[in-house]
Design a protein around this ligand. Structure first.
Ligand SMILES: [Zn+2]
Length: 167
């Protein structure tokens, strides 16, 4: 049976037992993510799967699904961004340990044995948040775009006019 994710990850212990957790959080449970988004009540679904690779390397495979209401950097209105960060991490004591490991693992050196689940998930989610979130459609109003477009079209002729005048 799947169980909720403990607040503190005990890396080697969980990996040795091959534990699988899943939990539904809310955006507001992740303070650093909550600061970026206005939908604090929205669900954040997290699945994590612990395993021991090569008999001694603790690994975490996981998947997060969430929607964030961010500010569109083009029109400054709200834009909803669907994120599904997935990760597959191997925690190594030294680089040699990772030599036999499948290349699909992202390796992390010298991690603590225990760390905060919330902080860990936050880091994985923040990597996937776009730096400049924008609507997929042209969201800036017609009036706003028209002058720029018109300028671009007129410029070549303006230059031609100038050349003609010089002759
Ligand atoms: Zn926009």
């Amino acid at each position: 049976m799947k169980q909720g994710i403990p607040e503190i990850i005990k890396l080697f212990k969980f990996a040795a037992k091959g534990l699988i957790f899943s939990q539904q959080y809310q955006v507001k449970d992740f303070p650093r993510i909550s600061k970026l988004a206005s939908n604090s009540e929205s669900p954040v679904a997290v699945k994590v799967n612990f395993s021991l690779e090569e008999g001694r390397i603790p690994c975490i495979k996981g998947e997060v699904k969430l929607d964030l209401a961010l500010t569109c950097q083009r029109c400054l209105n709200e834009v909803s961004v669907h994120l599904t960060p997935k990760f597959q991490l191997a925690f190594l004591k030294n680089e040699q340990q990772g030599e036999k490991l499948a290349p699909c693992f992202e390796t992390i050196l010298n991690a603590d044995e225990e760390f905060s689940t919330i902080e860990f998930i936050t880091d994985e989610v923040l990597i996937s948040v776009p730096m400049t979130p924008m609507h997929e459609h042209e969201c800036v109003s017609y009036q706003d775009t028209l002058p720029a477009e018109a300028c671009k079209r007129e410029n070549p002729f303006a230059i031609l006019e100038q050349l003609k005048n010089k002759k």
